[in-house]
Design a protein around this ligand. Structure first.
Ligand code: HSE
Length: 314
């Protein structure tokens, strides 16, 4: 029997359009795996990092102090481990710099795997604070909108002011997410630095209203209200230009009947919430629009109740 524990953590949609840094949605169909086992050392080390092609990753670091997974794992192991060592293998399934919560998926899978090695594993929600240590390193900011849904699944409200507490929101009936990943990269840390530092009262009030309305709409499964409130008047206008296919993809999603469409996290991925019956067609229309701009892409359709991280084998 193998002494490796394998954990899987899903990709996620950051911001969900209306909730910059405080709303996240787990995505079914893509995720990272982290394998963990006890080792002879005294700390967490990284034995290998493999990319989407299964080959050793050309540049993701195996230096434990520079790897999102090991930073998160070390935070947990340092606080609750037995002083011996842990070795990790990181197998990427989420494209890097994709806006799909790639670093969060690695950090979450790492803490879930290492938690299983503890004599007394912590309850899953308590792992959030440790996973956030890895995410902080990767994105240069404290935001849980990828880590929280990747860990817990579904739609999660996670404003910084409440952390490490988060609120799992009810997913509306009959609504799914379509996510398009164009073959482009956006560095989240850079994208965050480029954002304006202050905003008008008018924009702030408008965005608050949209977020409040969207959360109420999800709770009531009010599809019309989701369609009215899934808008970002603050961040999307500043980031859209960095994703050359954004306008065409959003127009295609809206033409196909999407309830709303925006960047996932800092992009380049673009998501749309859709009536479930329309979601596949909308994802295809988004793909077509992206390819018509000369940019290759991949898409996923996911329920809004996608499960969070889990142990796959131990
Ligand atoms: N909330 C973060 C941002 C998510 O938009 O910068 C990054 O994936």
């Amino acid at each position: 029997m193998s002494d490796w524990v394998t954990a899987f953590a899903p990709a996620s949609i950051g911001n969900v359009g209306v909730g910059f840094d405080m709303l996240g949605l787990a995505l079914e169909g893509a995720g990272d795996k982290v394998l963990a086992r006890r080792s002879d050392g005294t700390d967490v080390s990284v034995a290998e990092v493999r990319g989407l092609d299964g080959e050793l990753h050309p540049y993701l670091s195996t230096d434990a102090k520079s790897n999102t997974a090991s930073i998160a794992a070390q935070a947990l192991w340092g606080a609750h481990g037995d002083g011996r060592g842990v070795e990790l293998k990181v197998h990427k399934g989420v494209p890097l710099q994709s806006g799909m919560g790639s670093s969060a998926a690695s950090a979450v899978a790492a803490v879930v795997a290492v938690n299983a090695l503890l004599d007394e594993p912590l309850p899953t929600p308590e792992l959030l604070a440790y996973a956030l240590e890895g995410e902080k390193f990767a994105s240069g900011g404290l935001h849980a909108d990828n880590v929280a849904p990747s860990l817990l699944g579904g739609l999660v409200l996670c404003p910084q002011v409440l952390l490490p507490d988060v609120v799992q929101l009810p997913a509306p009936d009959g609504v799914s997410a379509a996510l398009l990943h164009p073959d482009l990269q956006v560095n989240t840390a850079q994208a965050r630095k480029g954002l304006a530092k202050s905003y008008s009262m008018q924009l702030w009030v408008e965005q608050q209203g949209l977020l409040a309305g969207f959360i109420a709409a999800c709770g009531a499964s009010d599809i019309e209200l989701i369609g009215k409130t899934l808008r970002d008047v603050i961040i999307e206008p500043q980031r859209a230009a960095a994703v050359p296919c954004f306008g065409a993809v959003k127009a295609a999603a809206e033409k196909g009947g999407a309830l709303g469409c925006s960047l996932s996290g800092s992009g380049p991925s673009i998501f749309a919430l859709c009536r479930t019956a329309h979601a596949r067609n909308i994802a295809s229309a988004m793909e077509q629009a992206c390819r018509s701009q000369g940019i290759g892409c991949q898409s996923w359709v996911s329920p809004m109740t996608a499960p969070g991280a889990r142990i796959e084998s131990s």
